[in-house]
Design a protein around this ligand. Structure first.
Ligand SMILES: Cc1cc2nc3c(=O)[nH]c(=O)nc-3n(C[C@H](O)[C@H](O)[C@H](O)COP(=O)(O)OP(=O)(O)OC[C@H]3O[C@@H](n4cnc5c(N)ncnc54)[C@H](O)[C@@H]3O)c2cc1C
Length: 329
């Protein structure tokens, strides 16, 4: 998302950017997402939800959001929701393939299959590799719930040149998903998410309750708590009367473990990583601190949502545009 937005904006400003995409297709995690691009309705709410985030960067994302969203709409992607159903947020939901298509067209020169070894000698460079969710999941024995290419190449590139990190490198945004042996393809990441809005009692493999109180509305706090349990797994316990609930049916159909006993259903879940929240330290112009000519956007940037959750797509959109504007200067 961030790379395509940066390139589209840079082209608008008269530059001739090239997008080097490591994957076999453009769109990254945006293409797999629910594609709701949103902000909190008030800045105070953003601060309250992400209390340890960088206030200056939060300001940039919040203040730049409305204009950036209008800009996105101007490319003509299919809009699925004109606004969000959550009264605390505002934004739009797009059809992800359509959004990817219009952004690729606007970005112009997008080359797929370009690994970290193909970084050009020509600067400025905007890093937009989507954070390091894949590496984080592998290192911690967790499930991946994002594109398969975001291994932290942007962060490594910046650090090799002396960049600092920002935010908590151990924090991620994620979901509880049916645990193996469930088979989960990319197309199932949204459908198979086990969001129970506090309805499920949660215990670890030893039967111990480890999560105090109901989860936050995004439930990423629960996913992170599960990640810290033995095996990165847990059991969600709900009344047996919910056996035909779409979440239970979907988990069972995917081959997940659902046990019915004593009037209860026990669903085996595992923590899955969507994107990392810590990353490269940038200033309000998306300049990588300490490295001239290097910019970063999207999940490569650390510290925007520390301690909570805000729209990753919104951060990618706004910071991608800011990075392009700074780089064009
Ligand atoms: C199932 C799911 C649902 C989601 N729903 C929402 C939602 O509704 N709203 C929301 O705000 N967010 C949502 N997200 C999160 C959102 O998709 C991400 O926050 C967002 O895509 C991050 O943007 P990005 O540009 O940083 O990363 P991406 O969109 O993932 O793009 C990063 C790109 O960098 C490429 N790359 C990696 N390494 C290299 C390299 N070395 N060289 C070249 N290219 C490289 C990757 O292949 C990828 O194409 C969801 C994510 C998933 C998976």
């Amino acid at each position: 998302m961030a790379g395509l937005c940066a390139a589209a904006r840079a082209r608008e400003l008269g530059a001739e950017p090239v997008v080097l995409e490591k994957g076999s297709r453009p769109g990254g995690s945006m293409l797999l997402s629910s594609c709701v691009v949103w902000r909190y309705r008030t800045f105070e709410d953003f601060r309250a939800e992400c209390p340890r985030g960088d206030e200056e960067l939060q300001r940039v994302v919040f203040d730049g959001f409305d204009e950036a969203l209008e800009w996105l709409v101007s490319f003509g992607p299919e809009v699925v929701w004109e606004d969000t159903p959550n009264p605390r947020t505002t934004g739009k939901r797009f059809e992800p393939r359509s959004l990817t298509e219009v952004l690729v067209r606007a970005a112009g020169d997008v080359r797929t299959g370009q690994g970290p070894g193909t970084v050009p000698g020509t600067w400025p460079i905007v890093l937009a590799t989507g954070g390091f969710a894949v590496r984080y999941a592998r290192d911690h024995g967790l499930l991946v719930r994002c594109n398969p290419w975001s291994e932290g190449d942007g962060l490594a590139f910046a650090r090799e040149r002396g960049a600092e990190t920002a935010g908590d490198l151990d924090e991620f945004y994620g979901r509880a998903m049916p645990a193996p042996p469930a088979r989960i393809g990319e197309e199932d990441y949204v459908r198979l998410s086990q969001l129970w809005d506090g309805e499920a009692r949660v215990v670890n493999e030893h039967g111990e309750e480890f999560f105090p109180g109901p989860p936050a509305w995004h439930e990423s706090d629960l996913a992170q708590a599960i990640a810290r349990q033995p095996g990165g797994t847990a059991w969600f316990i709900v009344p047996a009367g919910l056996r035909d609930d779409p979440r239970v049916v979907a988990a069972r159909e995917a081959g997940g473990t659902v046990v019915e006993e004593d009037g209860q259903l026990r669903l085996h879940v595992a923590a899955a990583v969507t994107h990392t929240q810590g990353g490269i330290a940038v200033d309000s112009q998306a300049r990588v601190k300490g490295v001239d000519g290097l910019f970063a956007a999207g999940a490569d940037v650390g510290g925007i949502s520390t301690g909570g959750y805000s729209s990753g797509l919104a951060a990618a959109l706004v910071m991608g545009r800011v990075a392009a504007e700074s780089a064009a200067k």
